[in-house]
Design a binder for this molecule. Sequence first.
Ligand SMILES: [Zn+2]
Length: 164
Amino acid sequence: MIYQDILEASALEQYAAALNARARKAQAAGQLSAADLRHRIHACRGRCEWCGASLVEREFELDHVISLRQQGRHSAANLAVACPDCNRRKGSKHPARFAAEIYADTGLRTDLLSGIMAHFSLEPARQSPLFGPQEGAGLDAATSEGVSARPPYRWSALPGRHDE
Ligand SMILES: [Zn+2]
């Protein structure tokens, strides 16, 4: 895969098609468009959404926050940009458990961690942009459902400071 600074439309469409095929195989609800992926990748502003690490000149993954096997939706709202370390460490962990682990390590409350902590009532409520009211309900032990296809993109510079 060639990485480019510009999110090229045809590469994104191929990437979306690969992710959608994988999701269909897992019988997951939802579908992603190239525009969804472009938005998700830009929204991370060149930082891992879990730990806040810079993604400049690093590979990264788009991970289902709630795994498809746990009835997580195959939707933009359930995707997070993850650095290779977080992607590997998350493995089959429940997102709430992993969020707590990352927060204990970094002390950094990224928007993603805040959303997950609020959603799973791990701290006083804060509006969660991440999940709909029913999504993630009844989760127990998650199973691994990584998205292994790589985004057709690599950050070469951060677009601005991340002031979390
Ligand atoms: Zn990370």
